[in-house]
Design a protein around this ligand. Structure first.
Ligand code: DC
Length: 233
C-alpha cells in the first residue's frame, strides 16, 4: 500500500563502511534530514575533554552531563550540535575525541540519554539516522533498516583517504589496527553492541560506489512501497 509519508531509515554498520556519506546523500535525494548519531556521542566526549573529566569516571561524567542542554540543529542540510549554546560541531573529529568516543559511548546511562534524544528527533515525517544501534535499539520499528559493511582493508583505505584530504599523514597499518580495535569494542560491549538487526538489509559496499549504494537503497524503498505516491526518484 502506498502512502504519503516519507520513511524513517536506519543505517548501522562499522566505522568506515560509508554510513555517513550514504546517509547524507540519501537524505539529500529524499529531501529529508539526516541525523548523525555518532556526532552526538562525539559531542559528549569533546565536552568531557574540555572539562577534564575522565572517560572512565562514570560519576564525574554523570555530574558533568546532569545540567547540560544538547541541541541538535539542521541548518541547510548540515547538522550542528550545540551544548549549552556552544557550537561543538568543529571539534567532533579531533583525534582525542575519536580515540575516546567508543569507551564513552559504552556507559549505559549515556546511551540511555542519547537514545531518548534520538527517538525525540526521529519522531517526524522522514529522516535518515546512522549509528551502531539504530535498527536494534533506537528505532526497532523503523520500516527500512540497512546494515552497511565493507572489508576492513577497504574501510581503512577510505578513512586513510579522508586523512590525506585533510592534509594529515597517517600510517595505513596503524589506522587499520585502530579501526579493527574500535569495531571489536563497539561490537562486544554489553549494552547495545554493534550488530545487524534481524530485519535489516545487509549491503556490502566494498565494491560499490556511493551512487550505486544510494540507488540500491532507493530501489529497496520502492520495492517496499515506502516512498510517497507519485515519487519517481
Ligand atoms: O560513527 P562515528 O565514528 O562518528 O561513531 C563514533 C562512536 O560512537 C563509535 O565508536 C561508536 C559510538 N556510537 C554508538 O555507540 N552508537 C551510535 N548510535 C553511534 C555511534
Amino acid at each position: 500500500m502506498s502512502n504519503n509519508n516519507l520513511p524513517v531509515i536506519a543505517i548501522d554498520g562499522p566505522a568506515g563502511a560509508g554510513k555517513s556519506t550514504i546517509a547524507k546523500e540519501l537524505a539529500e535525494r529524499l529531501n529529508i534530514p539526516y541525523l548523525d548519531t555518532g556526532a552526538m556521542y562525539r559531542a559528549l566526549t569533546y565536552w568531557a575533554l574540555q572539562h577534564q573529566v575522565e572517560i572512565d569516571d562514570p560519576e564525574g561524567l554523570r555530574d558533568l552531563y546532569k545540567e547540560i542542554v544538547m541541541d541538535v540543529r539542521f541548518a541547510q542540510g548540515k547538522q550542528e550540535i550545540y551544548i549549552d549554546e556552544t557550537d561543538v560541531t568543529p571539534y567532533l573529529r579531533l583525534k582525542d575525541v575519536s580515540e575516546l568516543v567508543s569507551p564513552l559511548s559504552a556507559h549505559p546511562f549515556i546511551r540511555e540519554l542519547m537514545v531518548k534524544k534520538q527517538r525525540e528527533i526521529a519522531a517526524r515525517n522522514g529522516i535518515v539516522l546512522d549509528g551502531r544501534d539504530i535498527g536494534t535499539v533506537v528505532l526497532p520499528d523503523a520500516p527500512m533498516k540497512i546494515f552497511l559493511t565493507a572489508s576492513l582493508e577497504e574501510r581503512t583505505r577510505r578513512r586513510h583517504l579522508d586523512f590525506i584530504n585533510l592534509g594529515i599523514s597517517m600510517d595505513f597499518e596503524q589506522l587499520k589496527e585502530e579501526i579493527a580495535a574500535r569495531d571489536l569494542r563497539d561490537s562486544t560491549r554489553e549494552i547495545a553492541p554493534l550488530e545487524q538487526a534481524k530485519d535489516a538489509c545487509l549491503v556490502d559496499t566494498t565494491n560499490l560506489n556511493i551512487e550505486e549504494v544510494v540507488d540500491l537503497i532507493i530501489a529497496l524503498l520502492k520495492q517496499k512501497n515506502l516512498l510517497p505516491e507519485g515519487n519517481c526518484l
